[in-house]
Design a protein around this ligand. Structure first.
Ligand SMILES: [Ca+2]
Length: 143
């Protein structure tokens, strides 16, 4: 468990750092694509959401949510990701939807920093965002 302090700009900078963001998203996509067919199925995406911790951050879901309600929610999320209704989520769909979600989180956070307890998990986008900011802060800024 690590505690990170993030605000809207932390998340926004991460999303706007094109190459870094794409690399991070592609990494998680590859991990979620369990059968390596290049697309995410309904169950692969659900598993992903459970490990990416986006639910807690964005949807405010907690552990007491009844399973059937949770399933409906995951279905709704899948429909959102599957823009072309092909029944699977491809890399482009995944990337653009993650981007929207993270920007929505950024808007929600605004400019007041909050402390978030994240499990030490390289899959977490918010962790990645915090890491990126930390790595930038460590670089001495030249005048
Ligand atoms: Ca797959």
């Amino acid at each position: 468990m690590g505690v990170v302090i993030i605000d809207g700009s932390t998340v926004r900078n991460f999303v706007n750092d094109e190459s870094h963001f794409q690399k991070s998203v592609d990494e998680t996509f590859a991990k979620l694509d369990l059968n390596n067919d290049g697309v995410l199925s309904r169950s692969e995406l659900r598993r992903g959401f459970e490990t990416l911790r986006l639910m807690e951050a964005h949807f405010g879901i907690d552990v007491v949510t009844p399973p059937e309600q949770l399933s409906q929610l995951y279905d709704a999320i899948f429909e959102k990701f599957d823009c072309d209704k092909s029944g699977t989520v491809d890399r482009e769909e995944y990337r653009s939807e993650i981007k929207k979600i993270l920007l929505a989180i950024a808007d929600g956070l605004g400019s007041s920093p909050i402390q978030m307890a994240l499990e030490d998990d390289s899959n977490s986008f918010l962790q990645k965002a915090a890491d990126l900011e930390a790595s930038k802060l460590q670089q001495p800024s030249s005048v």
